[in-house]
Design a protein around this ligand. Sequence first.
Ligand SMILES: *Cc1c(COP(=O)(O)O)cnc(C)c1O
Length: 417
Amino acid sequence: MNAFNYRERQLYAEDCKVSDIVAEVGTPLYIYSRETLERHFRVFDQALNGLEHIICFSVKSNSNLAVLRLFANLGGGADIVSGGELFRCLKAGMDPGRIVFSGVGKTTDEIRYALASGILMFNVESEMELDRIQEVASAMGKVAPISFRVNPDINPKTHPYISTGLKKNKFGVEVDRAVALYKKAARMNAIRILGIDCHIGSQLTTLSPFEETVLKLREIVEELQEEGIPIRWIDLGGGLGITYRDEAPPSPEAYADTVRRAASGMTQGFIFEPGRVMAGNAGILVTRVLYVKRGPVKTFIIVDAGMNDMVRPSLYDAYQEIRPVVETDRKIMADVVGPICESGDFLAKEREVPDAEPGDLLSVMSAGAYGFTMASNYNSRPRPAEVLVNGNEFFVIRARETFEDLVRGERIPPWLS
Ligand SMILES: *Cc1c(COP(=O)(O)O)cnc(C)c1O
């Protein structure tokens, strides 16, 4: 399933010994496997065989330039949610014609930048955004390709913070208003209707919400067809889940079969925006044990990675498996916590984890998506380094931040001298 396995009790990333990488690069450290990223892309791509499609990797899940280049080399595009992500994609050499722009709060500058770059389309999330895009495109003498992100009011049955397709969520336009908005857009001179879009949530482990989504979009596409508004691309978003613990998410093949069945007879091309399923299990976060605090009610293993380096456990109460870098059979009930001054700063809570001593290395598994990209400098901690492994070689694809990086851009006004 992934490239992180033990050989003679030592954890390897592909053919690199994790402890050797750490000896050179230090901790905390994100390590990604090229082989795994590529395999995840190819499996998804091949599952969609027979359906015209573009795989637009969700940049917010892992936005390192090297990762974006890797997917671009495989023919992938990108789903972006900010101007910064567009900048990264272009820098990584990605074809702008394979980039879609999602997000409820696109600024005028971001719209201008995306238009100038020639992206495939804007996934428009409100009527006001449509008006804004028309205005900006018109002023630039350009025509903006768009789709509407429809909110189908479908429960993805996942964590509330990563549910996005319910009526009460801020995302997309209401299904009932979609056709009226398409008709309005069709009359705008700087707007070209290209698609319809949807993204109902993340870490989905069942197929029925996806199926419902396709059927809902299909109804709208057929209605638009009757109104003389043809749709070229159907964007189904991302959201396919992965195994963190004991989840049994559908395979890309099962997912593709569901789409194929629900969309049978349709002539549109399909866009997919997978993030987690591409990158999640292709990465780990390695951290070193600083102290072990054996208290009256609890044992705390204090490590050098905190919620600023990996926020998923704190933010979503997410389970991330923790493995020792040197295999041990000894287990202990403990909290694995970071150095941050917050009680919410933990990587594992009240769980059986590898018994560890100060100096030992632990690996937080399934850390390749929403790991580094959600890292911050809270507590003035430099963000971790990132390494990409390729067989028996590895490359530092992002240097560890320095203290100077922490204060870059900060200035003391002269009247404080
Ligand atoms: C986050 C996001 C994705 C990716 O979701 P995954 O669950 O990582 O596949 C795709 N599309 C949009 C619009 C998103 O916001």
